[in-house]
Design a protein around this ligand. Sequence first.
Ligand SMILES: [Cu+2]
Length: 169
Amino acid sequence: MKSVLQVVMLGLSAMCVCGVAASQAQHEQHQTLQGSNANELHIMNGWVRALPPAQKVTAAYLTLHNASTGVMTIDGFSSPIAESAELHDSVLQDGQMRMLKQDTLVLSPDEHKTLQPAGLHIMLIGLESAPKEGDQVEVCVKSGELQSCKAVPVLKMAPMDAMPHHQHQ
Ligand SMILES: [Cu+2]
């Protein structure tokens, strides 16, 4: 519980500073990564949506940073709590929000891409048990041989720093 609170507090304090300072604060939270050159794929501000116990799918959100000098193609996601994980985009079709599966996500050198509600997100599919608020869930991101994993908090609602323009749900 204490570590979850700390993660939330870090997120909130990062929100209160702007520009360069905010990005520095976020980078201090970067996870140590696995594998060769894996430190070039950074996961920041991740969270998984808490759902009622019967649910078999949920969504994970995070910001990815390509800290390398080359183009990076993200081609896989996984989590120990899910049988599979897919990248989805939310698109408005005929007045309805639909989710479209994406095979890859391309990051330019030094690009940040934020996965967030109503946009790109990771679907965690085939949950053995629905993640509860307060849990920590590991989420892994792959680019070819490179894999980066991070434990992220399970939350009922988006933390404020993950929401664009301070819009609340
Ligand atoms: Cu989805």
